[in-house]
Design a protein around this ligand. Structure first.
Ligand code: TRP
Length: 333
């Protein structure tokens, strides 16, 4: 049996380079491996946990995210791309899983804690938001997902899903695999201002279809070494954002190492580094931008693709839920 890979994103805006490095690249590479059966969830219900007052925003971004996937090379024939809210079995499984998780455990989840802090929720955090790791476990387990390609910030979610699978299996019998996170080799990409990870809500992201002129502006505004004022000054690489991006995207590794050595010694201006980075990113982004524009012209095809994927996911969901209802003795008729 092929192993199910499941991962996904919240549709709250276009995807950015951080998504690419953190997970999209892994997804793209794995879809051609005959050992795997890949699924991608567009997690609109999860997006609503912190955007419930703005349903139109979530709705509009579902197709945007789907187009980003296809534009970077995810093939909807090989990868089942589907919409979370269209699979009611995920909601059902979430409710059943809620009994298996202590409330205090949810509040200890470091990713959720950090998000509560960033969004300033404090005590006013909703039950839906605190609960989203359980719903994410259902996202993974409804199709018996075993491999979850994600960025490092999602590790606590996968750990939570493992605990839930284990606890379910102990009480009701072996139904679920314990999913493993598949982390990308590149550690998380910082935003252009260098203080936090790349994120749309922090306004520090470069998008996968970023237009050329704003790409140029964003690269030019990147945080470098504040003590490296003139080109001849020796510079520091740590925390130097253009170099972090070059590490992730520059295919000419030898050239990059030479540039780094030069920079550290003194003799390379920030503008030279940024020029190289702009060229590297423009080369990376321009085919994606072009694919994206093509997809914008065919909205019906995008809808059809999502419908097909969702139907495939539904079939899987119903199979697994039959098993779940049976072992939980909630199969009456
Ligand atoms: N929480 C993930 C994020 O914010 C998105 C997501 C939802 C997800 N469901 C998932 C990731 C299931 C992996 C598996 O990026």
């Amino acid at each position: 049996m092929k192993k199910v890979i499941l991962t996904g994103d919240r549709p709250t805006g276009p995807l950015h380079l951080g998504h690419y490095v953190g997970s999209l690249e892994n997804r793209k590479n794995l879809q051609d491996d005959p050992l795997y059966d890949p699924f991608i969830i567009i997690a609109d219900i999860q997006a609503l946990t912190d955007n419930y007052q703005e349903p139109a925003r979530v709705r509009d971004n579902v197709a945007e995210v789907a187009k980003d996937y296809v534009a970077v090379g995810i093939n909807p024939k090989k990868t089942t791309i589907f919409i979370q809210s269209m699979i009611p079995q995920i909601a059902e499984l979430t409710v059943l899983f809620m009994n298996l998780v202590k409330h205090s455990r949810l509040l200890r989840n470091p990713t959720v804690k950090e998000e509560i802090r960033q969004k300033g929720y404090g005590d006013m955090v909703t039950a839906g938001f605190v609960n989203y790791p359980i719903s994410q476990a259902a996202d993974i387990l409804f199709c018996k997902g075993e491999v979850v390609p994600v960025g490092k910030d999602q590790e606590p979610m996968i750990e939570q899903a493992r605990e839930i699978a284990r606890s379910f299996n102990n009480i009701y019998g072996e139904v679920f695999p314990e999913p493993d996170a598949l982390l990308s080799t590149v550690s998380r990409l910082p935003g252009i201002s260098g203080t936090e990870k790349m994120s749309k809500s922090l306004g520090n992201a470069i998008y996968l279809a970023e237009p050329t002129d704003s790409l140029k502006k964003k690269v030019d505004s990147m945080y470098t070494d504040p003590n490296h004022v003139r080109p001849e000054d020796p510079g520091k690489l740590e925390g130097n954002i253009p170099f972090i991006y070059l590490d992730a995207f520059d295919p000419d590794k030898a050239g990059l190492e030479a540039l780094k050595a030069n920079y550290v010694e003194g003799g390379v201006g920030d503008s030279q580094v940024k020029k190289r980075l702009f060229e590297v990113l423009e080369t990376f982004i321009s085919p994606i931008r072009k694919n994206r524009q093509g997809l914008d012209m065919v909205p019906d095809e995008v809808t059809k693709m999502l419908q097909d994927g969702t139907e495939r996911a539904l079939a899987r969901a119903e199979m697994v839920m039959k098993e779940v209802r049976q072992v939980m003795k909630i199969n009456y008729f």
